[in-house]
Ligand binder design. Sequence first.
Ligand SMILES: *[C@@H]1O[C@H](CO)[C@@H](O)[C@H](O)[C@H]1NC(C)=O
Ligand SMILES: *[C@@H]1O[C@H](CO)[C@@H](O)[C@H](O)[C@H]1NC(C)=O
Ligand SMILES: *[C@@H]1O[C@H](CO)[C@@H](O)[C@H](O)[C@H]1NC(C)=O
Ligand SMILES: *[C@@H]1O[C@H](CO)[C@@H](O)[C@H](O)[C@H]1NC(C)=O
Ligand SMILES: *[C@@H]1O[C@H](CO)[C@@H](O)[C@H](O)[C@H]1NC(C)=O
Ligand SMILES: *[C@@H]1O[C@H](CO)[C@@H](O)[C@H](O)[C@H]1NC(C)=O
Ligand SMILES: *[C@@H]1O[C@H](CO)[C@@H](O)[C@H](O)[C@H]1NC(C)=O
Ligand SMILES: *[C@@H]1O[C@H](CO)[C@@H](O)[C@H](O)[C@H]1NC(C)=O
Length: 426
Amino acid sequence: MVAPPQRVAALLLASATLASGWNTFTVPHTDGQNDTPGLLSVLSAGNFTANSTILFKKGITYNIFTPIKFPTLNNVEVAIEGNLTYPADIPTVQAAVASSTYPGAWITFTGGTNVTFRGTTDPHWGWIDGHGQAWWDAVQQNNRPHGIAFSKINGGAIKNIKLWKPIGWNFATSGAANIKITGNKILAVSSTGSFPFNTDGFSAGGTNLTFSGNHIENGDDCLTVGNGAKNIHWTDSYCANGHGLSIGSLGSGGSVADVQNILIENTVMVNSLYGARFKSWTGGNGLARNITWRNIAFTNVPFPIYVTQNYYDQEDGAPPSDGTTNNTHIQDFLFQGFAGTIEDRPFVEGSCVSDPCWYAVPGATGKEVAILDLYPGTATNIVAKDVFAVTETLAPVRVMCNATTITSDVGFKCWDGLYIPTKAGF
Ligand SMILES: *[C@@H]1O[C@H](CO)[C@@H](O)[C@H](O)[C@H]1NC(C)=O
Ligand SMILES: *[C@@H]1O[C@H](CO)[C@@H](O)[C@H](O)[C@H]1NC(C)=O
Ligand SMILES: *[C@@H]1O[C@H](CO)[C@@H](O)[C@H](O)[C@H]1NC(C)=O
Ligand SMILES: *[C@@H]1O[C@H](CO)[C@@H](O)[C@H](O)[C@H]1NC(C)=O
Ligand SMILES: *[C@@H]1O[C@H](CO)[C@@H](O)[C@H](O)[C@H]1NC(C)=O
Ligand SMILES: *[C@@H]1O[C@H](CO)[C@@H](O)[C@H](O)[C@H]1NC(C)=O
Ligand SMILES: *[C@@H]1O[C@H](CO)[C@@H](O)[C@H](O)[C@H]1NC(C)=O
Ligand SMILES: *[C@@H]1O[C@H](CO)[C@@H](O)[C@H](O)[C@H]1NC(C)=O
């Protein structure tokens, strides 16, 4: 139905005067100036914090020279249709991160309901440029900002956001619930050979989160599921170069972990250090249960399936003994439908800065499709089935597993030896 002209005029008037209905605010921009203060002053007056679209317009490159912390939003869409740029110089960003008023991420959402943060599918616009290359080249790791915090929000979406050369960590959803995270793109790829350290893709904390259609090329975990996460579904995605589809690390400093009902599926892993990965710290506590990774295609991945209850800081020397401490218990883990190639030729991953590298596994041959590094009495019903792998050198595929740590059938012969599927593995 076409609205009569007077109705259209009334709607326009309503929008301009911030009355009832839906309002759209186009973020103002001044060439060469920081565009953050103008946006924040309008929001802090209480305008456009409910039933509104906050629009970064196509055709404009906005200067986000200081962090944006949105106030509590309700029924708000923040649309990134133009480009956003961080300061290009490192000291300006470091000073903002070191400041006592730094909100914790360069773009922070916290609290509120039904909040959508969206970009566009236009390849030329809608990028958030972190200018990370200079940081990676300088191996500058002091006062690095996290990218986007989407915390404690109930309902909403993160959709079609595109990140170009972020400095470090990207999306985090701590304490959020009922959020759909779809069609986002992270390109943390160095063009000089330097390594994009700590450019984690999605840090999933919270409840009822669905991730789909995300594309990540980075230098750390593609997905990392943190403590407290429940009902997380990740599907139809692509991860390149990073450190895998990870749960944890959990149980740091003896803390009590609680992670449950996680399904990670239908994902392609390319040149990634790990495929599916679980890590809990020696001496942790609590429980991670009902976690499935399935339908994972991997190419050139050194560690397709890797579980350790013995994660530790290698800079502190040898793994601590477990004699007097507890561990994060793990239960009902399923790895199903893994197919691909294992990188078993000598390699040094870009994040390796020590000898041996942080990811080195004592006794491993590099030909293992699965490594289960477990503690006795703390792992129940861990199964790998329908696993099909070849090594790049065509050498036989192996596994690492200690039969005194788990008595149930893990889907292959539990030993340090050839991969031999067992009853549970078919
Ligand atoms: C907020 O909106 C009110 C009324 O709609 C307007 O008078 C005021 O100027 C606006 N404040 C800012 C900072 O935009
Ligand atoms: C937002 O819209 C809803 C539904 O139209 C309405 O109930 C609510 O009062 C509005 N909130 C504000 C702050 O205008
Ligand atoms: C949630 O926000 C979207 C805009 O992002 C809006 O279209 C929708 O009406 C809101 N839902 C409710 C229930 O208010
Ligand atoms: C927007 O930013 C991206 C990433 O920095 C860049 O490739 C693209 O050229 C920019 N678009 C325009 C129109 O400047
Ligand atoms: C998660 O989803 C379930 C099922 O829809 C719902 O009952 C529960 O309240 C949701 N949890 C939160 C924290 O919103
Ligand atoms: C296990 O998690 C899945 C989601 O991945 C959920 O559908 C299922 O109900 C959970 N099962 C149990 C026993 O909690
Ligand atoms: C060890 O962790 C388990 C699982 O959280 C817990 O049930 C048990 O009480 C813990 N034991 C000690 C000594 O902390
Ligand atoms: C297997 O695990 C047991 C119990 O933790 C340990 O004592 C033993 O040294 C392990 N064996 C190997 C070969 O690592």
